[in-house]
Design a protein around this ligand. Structure first.
Ligand code: BDR
Ligand code: CA
Length: 313
């Protein structure tokens, strides 16, 4: 497979952090053109700092990191400290970063990069609310045809919701942005809770991270230790769900994942079901398919891949 050029758009978050580590550990398959940060799990001041912390943990301080939008398009920001802790990266003790952020706004970096690179060669990987991506599409509609693909974490159908009874966090935080992205006509692959809730860091998988013995392996074990308590309490599951790493694993080993090409629309009006991904899984409407909605993954091969790659950092 050829090496894919990607921009990771993210709100770290422990699972975002592990996604970034997986991408940085996979240079044969993935070239990270830049990391753009957005407000989400925690405010932008922390997500941009956390992106730097993770790149330094991986000893990759040459990665370009940009600060983006500090609030959703038209709503107040909702954050998730109840899941990720007050820093967004609670769990390990990691040093304050020394690397500097780029001066350019994340949205302008996305636009300029897509304009500069050959059409159809850059994949966008949103791991948080879709505010930066939607803002770029609104500001520079010409980039729509230049994007190879968007592979994003967000939404749910069978799992319904995690931040409300009917909405997944990333879509709920900025449903207007999600609507812009989902109706853009761009090729989109969605990693909803339906698949990410299968990717659980059980005790033995956590031990395998720790046994790598490096700062990356130990920090990954400590992050998932912290992050798991929320899902264990809430769902009674066996460990932390690795939502965002599904996006990067898909780029490396797409054959591990399966789903359906279906129509998905975003609820933006109802107070009760705001941010719901209304997925026509059963094909009961004639609305045209706009996304590939993933619902399954080979979980053990996923963890073998992740553990092996993390051990290379
Ligand atoms: C998504 O929300 C965040 O809490 C995680 O980082 C992930 O991107 C899961 O709903
Ligand atoms: Ca995230």
């Amino acid at each position: 497979m050829s090496r894919r050029k990607i921009i990771i758009d993210t709100d770290p978050g422990q699972d975002d952090a592990i996604a970034i580590l997986l991408a940085l550990a996979s240079p044969d398959e993935i070239e990270v053109l830049g990391i753009t940060t957005v407000a989400g799990n925690v405010p932008l001041e922390l997500t941009k700092k956390n992106a730097c912390i993770i790149c330094e943990l991986a000893d990759k301080s040459e990665i370009l990191i940009f600060a983006g939008c500090d609030r959703p398009l038209s709503r107040p920001l909702v954050t998730a400290e109840h899941v990720h802790g007050k820093t967004g990266l609670d769990g390990p003790t990691l040093p304050n970063p020394r690397m500097e952020l780029e001066q350019q706004h994340a949205v302008d970096f996305i636009i300029e990069t897509l304009r500069a690179e050959p059409s159809g060669t850059v994949t966008l990987c949103p791991l948080g609310p879709l505010t930066n991506i939607a803002t770029a599409l609104e500001k520079a509609p010409d980039i729509t045809n230049k994007i190879a693909e968007i592979v994003l974490m967000g939404g749910a159908y069978f799992e319904v919701g995690n931040i409300t009874p009917t909405a997944e966090f990333n879509i709920y935080v900025d449903p207007e942005a999600a609507e812009i992205v989902f109706t853009s006509g761009i090729k989109i692959v969605v990693m909803p809770l339906d698949v990410t809730h299968k990717v659980l860091v059980t005790g033995p998988r956590n031990d395998a991270f720790r046994e790598i013995g490096t700062p990356v392996g130990i920090a990954t074990a400590e992050m998932t230790d912290f992050f798991e308590r929320f899902d264990k309490d809430k769902y009674g599951t066996a460990g932390a769900p690795l939502h965002d790493p599904c996006v990067i694993a898909y780029l490396i080993r797409p054959e591990l994942f399966s789903g359906r090409h279906i129509n998905v629309m975003i609820e933006t009006k109802s107070d009760l079901t705001l941010g719901m991904t209304v997925a026509d899984w059963w094909g009961v409407t004639d609305r045209p398919a706009n996304v590939t909605f993933i619902n399954d993954v080979n979980v053990q091969v996923f963890f073998d891949l992740l553990t092996e790659r993390l051990s290379e950092l």
